[in-house]
Design a protein around this ligand. Structure first.
Ligand SMILES: [Zn+2]
Length: 193
């Protein structure tokens, strides 16, 4: 069992700080955040609290990889980064039948911290090349779940709360559909009598 981090104060999540500070966290930020705090999620019903966690990427995470294919971790090897995790139970309205349905969001993203624009660009180009290589090998760019490389600038400012909210917004379906409608592969037909 890892040692439980100290319970962070509410202000820890509101405090705006440079991205590099998140990559230098010595203890993870963990909290159950109240839905009311997510102002950009207006119109989405969040049931209960949002489980949130931000933690620095530990050094040497990418060490010892033997894959021939460059992974995101290889591209940014030994560079600072941090993970943002969000778990929430949402209630969405199905765009096909209008029913309200439960949608569980559980996401984990790694943000890599680039010193400057130049480094950011270099990483993105390397990631694009790795994607092309992967495509050439198996014909599917995302067949191996090659996650998009997410890079932020060291001086960019954000609060933990807004980073978690970004995660939730990204995880929202563009067109919400309930499981019943999503599983019916046939397009809906209407017969008029
Ligand atoms: Zn539906």
């Amino acid at each position: 069992m890892p040692v439980l981090p100290n319970m962070p104060k509410a202000s820890d999540w509101q405090r705006v700080r440079p991205m590099r500070a998140f990559a230098q966290l010595t203890a993870s930020l963990d909290a159950q955040l109240e839905p009311a705090r997510f102002e950009r999620m207006e119109g989405v019903v969040i049931a209960g609290t949002v489980a949130a966690r931000i933690a620095a990427v530990s050094e040497g995470m990418s060490a010892g990889r033997s894959s021939a294919r460059a992974t995101n971790a290889d591209i940014v090897a030994h560079r600072p980064g941090f993970t943002v995790e969000a778990k929430a139970h949402l209630r969405l309205t199905c765009q096909s039948c209008g029913e309200s349905f439960a949608h569980v969001v559980s996401t984990l993203s790694t943000l890599w911290v680039a010193r400057d624009e130049r480094e950011l660009l270099a990483w993105e180009q390397a990631a694009a090349r790795a994607d092309i290589d992967a495509e050439g090998e198996d014909g599917g760019p995302s067949a191996h779940g090659a996650a998009e490389l997410e890079v932020v600038l060291a001086d960019e400012q954000a609060s933990g709360l807004s980073l978690v909210e970004d995660e939730l917004l990204l995880a929202m379906p563009v067109v919400p559909r309930c499981p019943a409608c999503a599983s019916s592969s046939e397009p809906q037909r209407f017969s008029f009598g």
